[in-house]
Design a protein around this ligand. Structure first.
Ligand code: PGA
Length: 255
């Protein structure tokens, strides 16, 4: 089954509204002719509405970097799912390792967020990944299996139809030390196998599994060539429109 690749940019806590609009406009121009690959950008919350206007009538999807699971109420500092759809988002990143590390997110809160996302027709981009210590002690599969099991608990294959999983080894994020293509492929294959066992063949074959962690223009092509790697979640290399658009175009074999 062929899966349309997705190149997703996670801008993290970078760019004012003006800077975001400038980058987004450049990206729209640079990717104008691109087909057969999806692109998504997740700017800070403050730039969402402005970017929704820039990406309107373009194929570039807009994503948020997080959401809260309640619909409204006394939750100072949080953003509800329908606020994101109202701002123009189609995607939402959930459970990024930085959220887990600095903001105490757990597999259980990831699960609540995934439920809230699918109930509100937002495509969840669920991040999982192991630490260096876990990789070295050969417990990667155990850790990822636990994260998937708990993070996707009580969700049906139907609810997860549009699920995107981002495999992001923590030791590879922002370090310049990406996983090797073979290492990433083996892990992606494990993740797809897990989805197969838990949700059946149709879902396992349709879920996009992105690789994230120091993806750049030098390593992207080899990573993306692997059969179970369906795109990338890109941090640092997504901040420059020029570089990010090259990653989007790479996928088409357009050198
Ligand atoms: P990086 O970040 O590309 O800068 O390593 C990836 C991510 O955290 O999503």
């Amino acid at each position: 089954m062929s899966r349309i690749p997705l190149i997703a940019g996670n801008w993290k806590m970078n760019k004012t509204i003006d800077e975001a609009v400038k980058s987004a406009q450049a990206l729209v121009e640079l990717t104008a002719d691109v087909q057969d690959v999806e692109a998504m950008v997740a700017p800070p919350f403050t730039a969402l509405t402005a970017l929704a206007a820039v990406f309107a009538d373009t194929p570039i999807h807009l994503g948020a970097q997080n959401l809260f699971w309640e619909a409204s109420g006394a939750y100072t500092g949080e953003i509800a799912p329908n606020m994101l759809t109202n701002a123009g988002c189609s995607h939402v990143i959930i459970g990024h390792s930085e959220r887990r590390q600095y903001f105490n997110e757990t597999d259980e809160t990831v699960n609540r967020r995934v439920h809230a996302a699918v109930e509100n027709n937002l495509i969840p981009v669920v991040c999982i990944g192991e630490t260096l210590e876990e990789r070295q002690s050969e417990s990667t599969q155990l850790v990822l299996g636990d994260q998937l099991k708990a993070g996707l608990a009580n969700l049906s294959a139907k609810e997860l139809t549009h699920l995107v999983v981002a495999y992001e080894p923590i030791w590879a994020i922002g370090t310049g030390q990406a996983a090797t293509p073979d290492m990433a492929q083996a892990t992606h294959q494990f993740i797809r196998g897990f989805l197969h066992k838990s949700f059946g063949n149709t879902l396992a074959n349709s879920v996009k599994i992105l690789y994230g962690g120091s993806v750049n223009i030098d390593n992207a092509k080899e990573l993306m060539a692997k059969p179970d790697i369906d795109g990338a979640l890109v941090g640092g290399a997504s901040l420059e429109a020029e570089t990010f658009s090259q990653l989007v175009c790479f996928n088409l074999g357009e050198d």
